[in-house]
Ligand binder design. Structure first.
Ligand code: ADP
Ligand code: ADP
Length: 224
């Protein structure tokens, strides 16, 4: 039932002579269909946790399991493959390609993955509908509002039908009202596609709408 498990994960960074222990035996599990808020102060290790969960960074100790499969013994190439098939990332700033339309931006990961253009286009259009901006398909990012840009970025993140959406302050750049609408659309998308999501946010009101809330305390993941 778990799409993601972190078991006793440790992650340290060296800063000059001192070693910063960011994750110190963190345990965390995410179920299919679940939307979990990760709320913690800046510097607590939210991005680190998301990067380890998303196989962007290796833990120094402990294990990450995706859909029950341990990932510590994968080669770099296998990790990249696994990340591409299982994980979608969304960041505070959208990183959309400026010269392409909303639809084309969402098609891109699918075309790179080898999907025929017609299928990629149909799926991208469907995702735009789930995100409630079907009418914006032909617009370039500069012609979209901040909230619309983030909706496109979220749709693009799930274009290849990953198991898990990892989002780092996905609405951090938006006013509270827009953030609420974007989250509603994200939630609809997650529910429709049977995804699971872990979303780092500073917005307590938004966190209150999610299924469960966790924080980082002294390098451990704790419910609150
Ligand atoms: P958050 O996302 O909660 O703001 P981060 O995970 O980005 O926290 O960072 C946690 C701590 O680890 C911070 O003190 C940060 O400076 C440090 N850190 C993050 N990445 C690195 C790195 N690559 N090298 C050294 N220190 C880092
Ligand atoms: P932050 O959360 O600290 O503002 P990001 O989360 O956007 O920054 O990126 C953090 C780090 O992860 C960056 O150093 C970036 O190079 C790396 N990164 C982000 N996405 C990918 C990816 N898809 N593949 C490899 N590295 C990535």
């Amino acid at each position: 039932p778990y799409v993601l498990q972190l078991q006793q994960v440790e992650r340290h960074y060296n800063q000059g002579d001192t070693e910063l222990a960011i994750l110190r035996g963190a345990d965390f599990s995410l179920k299919r269909g679940e939307i979990v808020a990760l709320v913690a102060p800046s510097g607590a290790g939210k991005s680190t946790l998301l990067h380890v969960a998303g196989l962007l960074e290796k833990p120094d100790a402990g294990e990450v399991l995706l859909a029950g499969d341990p990932c510590s013994n994968l080669t770099d190439e296998q990790r990249t493959d696994r990340r591409r098939s299982d994980i979608g990332f969304v960041y505070q700033f959208h990183h959309l390609l400026p010269e392409f339309t909303a639809l084309e931006n969402i098609m891109m990961p699918q075309l790179i993955g080898g999907l025929p253009e017609k299928e990629a286009s149909e799926r991208a259009a469907q995702l735009l509908d789930y995100m409630r901006i079907g009418h914006r398909a032909g617009h370039r990012p500069s012609e979209l509002s901040g909230g619309e840009q983030q909706r496109v970025a979220i749709a693009r993140a799930v274009a290849n039908a990953p198991l898990i959406l990892l989002a780092d302050e996905p609405t951090g750049n938006l006013d509270p009202e827009t953030a609420g609408y974007v989250f509603e659309a994200l939630e609809a998308l997650v529910r429709q596609s049977g995804l699971a999501a872990l979303i780092a946010t500073h917005n307590h009101e938004l966190a209150g709408l999610m299924d469960r809330r966790v924080t980082l305390s002294e390098g451990l993941v704790v419910d609150f």
